[in-house]
Design a protein around this ligand. Structure first.
Ligand code: SF4
Length: 89
């Protein structure tokens, strides 16, 4: 695959994405990151955002085996904040 050819497209195929994720060569990575910065600049300009999340509950009705929050994990102490508690955060 040709890195420059791929980076000049606006959409990538699955194989191209896998190729980009597998890059290890320093020059190729520099090129990839440079392109990523240019795309980010194009869409976001100099805007910088700060994002924070509030975990207002740790209840979950799913059972993903790797997750301590899974419903069947009865050893996990559960909480759910009230609306006024969330607004105070
Ligand atoms: S990863 Fe955890 S919190 Fe997320 S859905 Fe699965 S069990 Fe729930």
């Amino acid at each position: 695959m040709n890195l420059l050819e791929i980076l000049n497209r606006s959409e990538f195929s699955k194989d191209e994405i896998l190729y980009l994720l597998s890059l290890e060569n320093k020059d190729e990575l520099t090129l990839l990151f440079s392109k990523a910065r240019a795309v980010k600049q194009l869409y976001l300009g100099r805007f910088r955002s700060k994002i924070a999340s509030i975990q207002f509950s740790n209840n979950c009705e799913n059972n993903c085996l790797y997750c301590e929050l899974r419903e069947d994990n009865i050893s996990k102490q559960r909480f759910r904040m009230q609306p006024d508690e969330i607004l105070q955060k």
